[in-house]
Design a protein. Structure first.
Length: 132
C-alpha cells in the first residue's frame, strides 16, 4: 500500500510515517518504479503496537530501543521482554496514581448536592486530604 493509504488506515500523518521511517521505527519499504513507498500490510500491526507504546507513555527512545532489538532477531527476546516489563511497571504506577486522583475527584463530586450552587474554597494548596 502507498503511504497515503497507510496514513489513512493508521490515523498517522504521512509526515509522521516518514519521520518514523527516517529514525528507524519503521522499516524502509521497497519502492515502486515511480519511487513511491510500497508498504506491506504487516506494518499495520507494528504501527498499532507503536501507538500503544506511545499512548502508555513510552518515549520514542524506548520505542527505538525496542525496534532495534526486534530487528536484531529472536536472540534479543529476553532483552525485549525486560524492556517491556520495565515499561509495564511504569504504566502500572501511573495507573495507580490516576486511580488515586480519580478517588479524590469522586469524593469531591460526592460532596456537592445535586444542582445546588455551593460556595466553597477550591484552593487545595493549603488543605490536607481529609479536608477535601
Amino acid at each position: 500500500m502507498k503511504i497515503g493509504e497507510l496514513a489513512h488506515r493508521t490515523g498517522l500523518s504521512m509526515d509522521t510515517l516518514r519521520y518514523y521511517e527516517r529514525i528507524g521505527l519503521l522499516p524502509r519499504p521497497p519502492r515502486a518504479a515511480s519511487g513511491h513507498r510500497e508498504y506491506d500490510a504487516s506494518v499495520l500491526t507494528w504501527i498499532e503496537f507503536l501507538r500503544r507504546l506511545k499512548t502508555t507513555g513510552m518515549p520514542i527512545s524506548g520505542m527505538l530501543e525496542y525496534a532495534q532489538l526486534r530487528d536484531r532477531g529472536p536472540e534479543t527476546g529476553a532483552a525485549r521482554r525486560r524492556l517491556l516489563e520495565a515499561h509495564r511497571d511504569r504504566v502500572r504506577a501511573h495507573v495507580a496514581e490516576l486511580q488515586s486522583c480519580l478517588a479524590v475527584l469522586d469524593a469531591k463530586i460526592a460532596g456537592y448536592p445535586g444542582d445546588a450552587k455551593v460556595e466553597t474554597n477550591d484552593d487545595l494548596s493549603h488543605a490536607d486530604s481529609d479536608a477535601l
